[in-house]
Design a protein around this ligand. Structure first.
Ligand SMILES: Cc1ncc(COP(=O)(O)O)c(C=O)c1O
Length: 449
């Protein structure tokens, strides 16, 4: 019998990933081991609940493999699952210096919602970064469920591209939010966690939350500060961006760890237990244990010394890419980057919008995304910028030389856009675009995935 057509499409996608360059800063290429764990028989198992938390952070891995402990599960047959989830929890705690880890969120969005649900009541205030200044949809965009439940207040960035800490402080002291959230998907500076922690101290009952979805791999690799080291109570992240694991979410927290079966008093010290209850049964059902196993594998990889080199190279490459683009005349938001992200204001640089440029770059095999810049008049569908980053191309082994080459290709594509004048007319420059596409393909194939 012929194999399902789905497998042909997967094959095509594999080819696309190999022959082009993924410059989307939230994407990466996982290892074979991570892929193997994801495609394993663990997908067959139901394991609502949690493994035992006894000895989290203090036990050796062999002990986790040997010990059989009572769990908090609603189904039988959990011997292997319990151990796998415990390994994921312990490795996550070690990686991010946390007392507790919930490895069950199906995604970054679910992780954030669970934290809001754990700590806030409907109508409570949450102070988070303005989406148009680099914040994320899940931090209060009106189209989300959480924005209908909680009252989000936005702080912004200043003209240097950094967080406007004076505004953040003023808003925090005036509004007394239940959560101050530092997190973003298009912000190129390193946040001053210490300063924010000091502000939060002035507000009784204010939970300090960081959404480090983008930079978690940089934190794990020791090239970016860890908010949990500065008094933050909770850190959420995705596991699939710079962290290079399977698609999914993770919540780290500091405080008391105990059975999630008994409702604890609602105090900041009890936040780990409140979060466990908010994930399951609060907002999710059965955990995806095949994904949790892949998270455990990815955390194990991130604990290795090679990951430190990887994280360092991501930032080195991002700086080289930013410099290369500025040398080609592109205007960058924030004037460069301190992490893995670069945000180009194409409108300000050359008078064309981000969507037009994204489409043209797609045609040559350079994949990135159009993105708003602060004060953007173009709206979500015609933003003025493009966002790119280096996690995936660094995984392929590329370095500074290749970053300069990418910047040069981007300028050539930009000139083609200016020449044709309109997105609909890009096909008129097919030969020139095909020539660049071939060059991109040649370089890509010399750095196999
Ligand atoms: C800062 C931040 N938080 C949360 C998310 C949501 O993650 P997911 O797409 O896994 O729901 C993202 C994803 O881009 C993000 O950048």
């Amino acid at each position: 019998m012929a194999k399902d057509v789905v497998f042909d499409l997967i094959k095509n996608e594999k080819k696309r990933q190999a022959e082009g360059l993924e410059l989307i800063p939230s994407e990466n290429y996982v290892s074979k081991d991570v892929l193997e764990a994801m495609g394993s028989v663990l997908t067959n198992k139901y394991s609502e609940g949690y493994p035992s938390f006894e000895g989290v952070g203090t036990w050796k891995e062999e002990q986790i493999a040997d010990e059989i402990l009572p769990n908090y599960r609603y189904y039988g047959g959990q011997d292997n699952i319990d151990r796998i989830e415990r390994l994921a929890i312990d490795r996550a705690c070690k990686l991010f210096h946390a007392d507790h880890a919930n490895v069950q969120p199906h995604s970054g969005a679910n992780a954030n919602e669970a934290v809001y649900f754990a700590w806030c009541e409907p109508g409570d205030k949450i102070l988070a970064m303005n989406l148009g200044h680099g914040g994320h949809l899940t931090h209060g965009s009106p189209v989300t469920r959480s924005a209908k439940i909680y009252n989000f207040i936005a702080y912004g960035t200043d003209e240097t591209g950094d967080i406007d800490y004076a505004e953040l402080e003023k808003l925090a002291l005036a509004e007394k939010p239940k959560i101050i959230l530092i997190g973003y998907s298009a912000f190129m500076k390193i946040p001053d966690f210490k300063r924010v922690a000091k502000i939060a101290k002035e507000i009784p009952g204010c939970l300090l939350m960081a959404d480090m979805a983008h930079v978690a791999g940089l934190i794990a690799g020791g090239v970016h500060p860890n908010p949990l080291d500065f008094g933050f109570n909770v850190m959420t992240t995705t596991t699939h961006k710079t962290l290079r694991g399977p698609r999914g979410g993770l919540i780290l927290s500091n405080g008391n760890i105990a059975s999630p079966l008994k409702k604890p008093e609602k105090t900041i010290e009890n936040i780990p237990i409140l979060i466990d209850r908010a994930v399951f049964p609060g907002t999710q059902g059965g955990p995806l244990e095949h994904i949790i196993a892949a998270k455990a594998v990815a955390f194990g990889e991130a604990l290795k010394p090679e990951f430190k080199t990887y994280a360092k190279n991501i930032v080195k490459n991002a700086k080289a890419l930013a410099d290369g683009l500025m040398e080609e005349g592109f205007v960058l938001q924030g004037g460069g980057t301190e992490n893995h992200l670069v945000l180009v204001n194409v409108e300000k640089s050359f008078g064309i919008d981000g969507k037009f440029f994204e489409k043209a770059l797609d045609m040559v095999g350079l994949t990135l995304n159009a993105n708003a810049v602060p004060g953007d008049k173009g709206g979500a569908f015609r933003p003025s910028g493009v966002r790119l980053g280096t996690p995936a191309i660094t995984t392929r082994g590329m370095g500074v030389k290749e970053m300069k080459q990418i910047a040069a290709w981007m300028k050539r594509v930009l000139n083609i856009c200016l020449g044709v004048g309109k997105e609909e007319l890009l096909d008129n420059a097919k030969d020139e675009l095909d020539q660049i596409r071939q060059e991109v393909k040649d370089l890509s194939l010399s750095f196999p995935v």
